[in-house]
Design a protein around this ligand. Structure first.
Ligand SMILES: C[C@@H]1N[C@@H](C#Cc2ccccc2)[C@H](O)[C@@H]1O
Length: 440
């Protein structure tokens, strides 16, 4: 069907900025704001739900919530230390909350007083972070929530002409804030939109189309996630013709596609995940919870995403004072150490065509050289790892990515080779396979 405000381009972007995003594969999400201070509790009551939703969970109105501005002193906020942590994690880009659903701006926006400028130290958090990450060679994407509980003209739905006039005012405000962000911080690489699920936003596909155009005009090559977009019929992420809007699909939140679902390899996509079960902002309960994911579970999610042609955006929620919790530092050390010696099977990699999901782990392939990697995450009780080869394919040799040492294997038949793996091996265990086509 003809669309005025559908997808702005067909197929994958192949410019340098998008190739870099695809090559990066691993990003760190940062959720930090006023919600990090109460950390899930209010007036002595702890709410198990996501900490950044505390105003909703505890029924706190905008005026009372704004009282937290005076407490946002962030004595431990150290942008260079945050950038070092991202580098230690092995993240190649960072997506930082500039404005979350509560409407508080982590940059000194001229469009509202509800910003860091009103806090005791008045620091331009976004500006300092963009500088620190960029100086470490880490690309920055800015998270912006269209949903805004603080702004008086926000509406969940439009049910009167008054609602329409108010929401038009809100969309103008949000548009000017986005212009301000792209103008103040022109070396950010992308914008990560959220809070676009309500009827009011879905009814304004033209606005979302215009925002994408504006940001890419102000920052040529800027990357915009599909979550910003609706078309004129209210279709989100993909327009009414099924074409992806924005530059990559961003519908995987706290979930990944099934490891055998090769359909997702048709598009660029990114999954965003938390370390606790369900809190993006710092929740004090997470420090003692027994429920958050083991670092190796998160590492497996990264390998799984890459094996299906996607990126993983792993969330960290700094405490209200600007420090990181020990359980988050554990994740940094575990993933960073593994990526230090095994990153070849992640960075610049994607799906290994013809190599079906094996069950004991994942296959990735270097997008440039075609080198195939077998990454073992589950060692069978026998210790035997059987590889089902694509047709007319032979494995010439195999080496352990971490050590470069050759890995012995046996040819079982013309479609199967078998590795014997020490069951005490540190996993994920990555093998680099040198394969060749047989001419039989
Ligand atoms: C990236 C994540 N998206 C946000 C959300 C949400 C949400 C949660 C429940 C129902 C509808 C939407 C979270 O607050 C976090 O920013």
């Amino acid at each position: 069907m003809p669309l005025m405000y559908g997808a702005q381009s067909e197929g994958r972007r192949d410019d340098e900025t998008m190739r870099r995003f695809r090559h990066d594969r691993f990003g760190q999400f940062i959720h930090w704001g006023l919600y990090s201070i109460p950390a899930g509790s209010w007036n002595g009551v702890t709410y198990d739900y996501a900490a950044e939703f505390l105003p909703q969970s505890a029924g706190i109105g905008p005026a009372r919530w704004a009282g937290l501005v005076d407490d946002f002193a962030a004595p431990e906020f150290d942008p260079e230390a945050w950038a070092s942590l991202a580098a230690d994690l092995g993240a190649r880009y960072v997506t930082v909350t500039a404005k979350h659903h509560d409407g508080f701006c982590l940059w000194p926006s001229s469009l509202t007083d509800f910003t860091v400028a009103a806090t005791p130290r008045g620091r331009d958090v976004i500006g300092e972070l963009v500088h620190a990450y960029t100086a470490r060679g880490i690309a920055v994407h800015l998270y912006y929530s269209v949903l805004d509980w603080h702004h008086p003209d926000w509406r969940y739905a439009i049910s009167s002409s008054q609602d329409e006039e108010a929401f038009d005012r809100y969309l103008s405000y949000a548009g000017e804030q986005l212009r301000e962000l792209a103008t103040r911080y022109p070396n950010v690489r992308g914008f990560w939109f959220d809070g676009t699920w309500d009827e009011s936003v879905k009814a304004n596909g033209r606005w979302s189309w215009e925002i994408e155009c504006m940001l890419k005009r102000l920052i040529p090559g800027a990357i915009v996630n599909s979550r910003l977009r609706a078309d004129e019929h209210g279709a989100r992420h993909r327009d009414s013709n099924g074409a992806l809007m924005g530059d990559y699909f961003s519908g995987f939140e706290r979930r990944l596609p099934d490891p055998w679902d090769r359909t997702v390899t048709a598009e660029d996509w990114e999954a965003c995940v938390t370390i606790p079960q369900n809190s993006w902002g710092y929740h004090a309960g997470a420090e003692v919870a027994r429920t958050h994911k083991h670092p190796l579970e998160l590492l497996e999610q990264l390998v799984q995403a890459v094996s299906l042609g996607g990126n993983l955006l792993l969330n960290f929620g700094p405490r209200g004072d600007g420090s990181f919790a020990p359980f988050e530092k554990d994740v940094v050390h575990t993933l960073g150490a593994w990526l230090e010696t095994n990153g070849a099977c992640i960075y610049g990699c994607g799906p290994a065509d013809g190599w079906d999901y094996p069950g004991w782990g994942y296959y990735t392939a270097d997008a440039e050289t075609g080198a195939v990697y077998a990454v073992v995450t589950r060692i069978p009780v026998s210790g035997a790892i059987a590889l089902q080869l694509p047709e007319r394919t032979r494995v010439r040799n195999a080496t352990a990515v971490a050590t470069g040492r050759p890995v012995p294997f046996a040819v079982r038949d013309d479609r199967t080779v078998r590795f014997e793996v020490d069951r005490a091996s540190v996993i994920p265990l990555a093998f680099a396979l040198e394969v060749e086509q047989r001419d039989d």
